[in-house]
Design a protein around this ligand. Sequence first.
Ligand code: SAH
Length: 375
Amino acid sequence: MIEEKQPTGLLGLSLRELTDLVEESGQPSYRGQQLFEALYRQRLESAEQISTLPQEFRQSMGQRSLSLGVPTIEKKFVSSDGTVRYLIAFPDGQSVETVWMPDGDEGEAGDGSEAGNEVETTAGRTWNRATICVSSQVGCAVDCQFCLTALLGVKRNLTAGEIVGQVCAVLNDQSVSPPKNRVNIVFMGMGEPFLNYENFMKAVRLLVEGVGVPESRMTVSTAGIVPRIYDLGAEPVRPKLAISLNAPNDELRGSLMPINRKWNLEKLVSAARAFPLRNREKLTFEYVLLDGVNDSEQTARELGELIRGVRAKVNLIALNPGPGIAFQTPAQERVTQFQRILIAAGVPAFIRRPRGRDIYAACGQLKRTVELAAI
Ligand code: SAH
């Protein structure tokens, strides 16, 4: 038999799994806790750095090809607005994009967790909160007509370790540590988190218990995988929920988001209404504005009607353009008019600031530089 030489990454294992692993190697169980701390709290990148472990145990990890499994930053693009887009690579050669946004994109506003006045400085820039936008799959299967990631199709799911690993790699690169530094996580990168639900949820628990990011500072966005919305509502530890709505009726939504044919707006909005919100928590509806398609005043009123009474805010995103995308970005005036109508209808509405458009880091623009170059 050919021996498997692919190194096994420890990142992604829970405290229980790490404890089982050390016990199997004849080590005392508290070494599991030490590994957990080293992986998630200290975010070390190689076994030799784990000074709490005896030398001989570190060596034996090496012999058994047990690596820590932090993914590597292959490329880094820095936007004029401070946003950084990372191309992050895994051992099988696949890669995803992860985005660092000092000061977020204003989409966090109005959720009851406003930033304090504390100011941080990294790489010569000041910020009072930063947001990391994390990918959940290599590519995406959902096929939204306005999104660049859709053009890739789905290559594979990420493991929990690969999801947490993006956060660890970026925090290390930025020399930032939660909870000391205020960091938000949004599961809004490449992929549909709810089509990789178990790995995504395991990553959430590791980020909360290990890395130290509070659940209230995480948001997951779904294109509308309705059964998983109910599952998320039943989780004891969970991020906040955002739903990509993008149209107020089935005809229009079905033409923009084929997933609407499987779970229509009635099913989606019922799940949103049934979602058990915590104190002060609100749902978010994301709405990408496409010029002349879903941005009319009538459409805004229809949207207001559809979500009336849901404890929610709407984040408006003017289309971020891209090669192969057949839609146009509306004029700023149409965006603010759409917002005004929602507010008049009693729906809190915010305009998301595009971040990193110049480096293809904005919403719907993540497509892996490797393929972009080929266009
Ligand atoms: N698959 C999940 C997670 C991705 S979140 C979801 O769809 O919710 C990415 C957000 O960016 C979604 O709200 C999506 O509607 C939006 N988006 C996609 N393409 C976009 C584009 N070209 N311009 C602006 N926003 C876009």
